[in-house]
Design a protein around this ligand. Structure first.
Ligand SMILES: Nc1nc2c(ncn2[C@@H]2O[C@H](COP(=O)(O)OP(=O)(O)OP(=O)(O)O)[C@@H](O)[C@H]2O)c(=O)[nH]1
Length: 223
C-alpha cells in the first residue's frame, strides 16, 4: 500500500498512477489478491463486490490473472482496493506467484460444498508464507454458503482452521452477497489502520472486528 494521497500501488517497472492534484479520488491504495482452488468462486466474489451482480451459468475458468479497482470509504477515508483475481488452476501457479510479493491482503477462498478445496487451504497457506510479504493480511472465506443442502464443510471446521492460523474467518456467498462487502470492508479498515494511525485513534484488530460484525448480523437477523 502506498501512503501517499492519490498514489496507486505499482507493479515493478510501472509508473505510479496520478490523480489530479486538487481532487484525488482516493486517499491511498491497497492491493488485494483472491486465492483458492479453481471453481471456489473467486471471480464471482469479485464481481459481486464490484458490480453487485452474480454470474450464473457456465463456469469459465480464469486464465492467468486479472484485476478490478473499487474505492470504499472507511472512517472518512477513501481506500482504493486494487483487487487481483487469480486463476485457481495449478498450471497458472507460477504466473500468480509473481504477484504475491506486493499484495497487502489475501482473501483465501474454499467452497463449502467441495472438501478438496478446503483440504487445499493448508497448501495455499504454505505458498503464501513462501511468496507473500511476512505481514500480509490474510482472511479465510468459506464461499457458496447459500448451498446449504450440498454443504460438506461445517462452519466450525472453517473457524477451527482459521483460529489455528490466527486469521479472520467468514462464510460468504457470491450468489446472495452474504458477507462479501464485510470481507472487503474489514480488509480496507485494516489497511487504513496500518497506513498510519491518527492521534487518539483506537487500535484496530481485524479478527475482533469480523467477529463483532458476525455477531451483529446474526443478532439482527432475528429482528
Ligand atoms: N451457488 C453459488 N455458486 C457460486 C458462488 N460463487 C461462485 N459460484 C459458481 O461457481 C462456479 C465457479 O465460479 P468462479 O467464480 O468462476 O470460480 P473461480 O474460483 O474464479 O475459478 P478459477 O477462475 O478457475 O480459479 C460458477 O459456476 C459460479 O456460478 C456462490 O457463492 N454460490
Amino acid at each position: 500500500m502506498t501512503g501517499t494521497p492519490g498514489a496507486a500501488a505499482t507493479r515493478d517497472g510501472e509508473a505510479p498512477e496520478r490523480s489530479p492534484p486538487c481532487s484525488p479520488s482516493f486517499d491511498f491504495t491497497g492491493k488485494v489478491m483472491l486465492l483458492g482452488d479453481s471453481g471456489v468462486g473467486k471471480t464471482c466474489f469479485l464481481i459481486r463486490f464490484k458490480d453487485g451482480a452474480f454470474l450464473s451459468g457456465t463456469f469459465i475458468a480464469t486464465v492467468g490473472i486479472d484485476f478490478r479497482n473499487k474505492v470504499v470509504t472507511v472512517d472518512g477515508m477513501r481506500v482504493k482496493l486494487q483487487i487481483w483475481d487469480t486463476a485457481g488452476q495449478e498450471r497458472f501457479r507460477s504466473v500468480t506467484h509473481a504477484y504475491y510479493r506486493d499484495a497487502q491482503a489475501l482473501l483465501l477462498l474454499y467452497d463449502i460444498t467441495n472438501k478438496s478445496s478446503f483440504d487445499s487451504i493448508r497448501a495455499w497457506l504454505t505458498e503464501i508464507h513462501e511468496y507473500a510479504q511476512r505481514d500480509v493480511v490474510i482472511m479465510l472465506l468459506g464461499n457458496k454458503a447459500d448451498m446449504s443442502s450440498e454443504r460438506v464443510i461445517h462452519s466450525k471446521d472453517g473457524e477451527t482452521l482459521a483460529r489455528e492460523y490466527g486469521v479472520p474467518f467468514l462464510e460468504t456467498s457470491a450468489k446472495t452477497g452474504m458477507n462479501v462487502e464485510l470481507a472487503f470492508l474489514a480488509i480496507a479498515k485494516e489497511l487504513k489502520y496500518r497506513a498510519g494511525q491518527q492521534a487518539n485513534e483506537p487500535s484496530f484488530q481485524i479478527r475482533d472486528y469480523v467477529e463483532s460484525q458476525k455477531k451483529r448480523s446474526s443478532c439482527c437477523s432475528f429482528m
